[in-house]
Design a protein around this ligand. Structure first.
Ligand SMILES: [Fe+2]
Ligand SMILES: [Fe+2]
Length: 147
């Protein structure tokens, strides 16, 4: 059974993930500016977020483990598969971005901005969907407890 404290833990991690996503959005906005200095600052900000991005990737991998062990009892196959696919996709996009980062300069940052924007979209969409799933899991769990 998925314990209540693990649901709360996941929600707390989501807040942290969304905070990192907001910082990444800001950094990419700066990196996409026409002037060199802003692009340089934006790129430095993206570099400063590397650990945070690794953390998001780890969260996704950990959740795939959680999905395998507990979540699948409460989610139907379609939702379950969709979450797993999104986790793999986000981890892949982060790995790609981290690979690109050492070779990116303020003059060649446009590609990174495009990839970063795709990653941001996926992260935000995923967290919203997963939060919705968590509520469904909670409701189903309580239903089963009442019976
Ligand atoms: Fe999550
Ligand atoms: Fe997730």
């Amino acid at each position: 059974m998925l314990p209540r404290d693990s649901v709360e833990y996941v929600q707390k991690e989501h807040l942290e993930i969304l905070r990192i996503a907001d910082r990444l959005a800001e950094a990419l906005g700066l990196a996409g500016k026409p002037d060199f200095r802003s692009r340089q600052d934006g790129l430095a900000e993206v570099r400063a977020l590397q650990q945070g991005l690794v953390g998001i990737s780890q969260h996704c991998n950990a959740e795939n483990g959680l999905l395998e062990s507990d979540f699948h009892r409460y989610l139907d196959a379609k939702n379950y598969d969709q979450l797993q696919m999104q986790h793999r996709n986000i981890a892949r996009l982060i790995a790609g971005l981290l690979r690109e980062l050492p070779y990116t300069t303020a003059d060649s940052v446009a590609g990174l901005c495009g990839d970063g924007a795709e990653l941001l979209e996926q992260i935000r969409e995923h967290v919203a969907l997963e939060e919705d799933m968590l509520w469904r899991v909670e409701a189903r769990r309580e239903e089963l407890l009442v019976q």
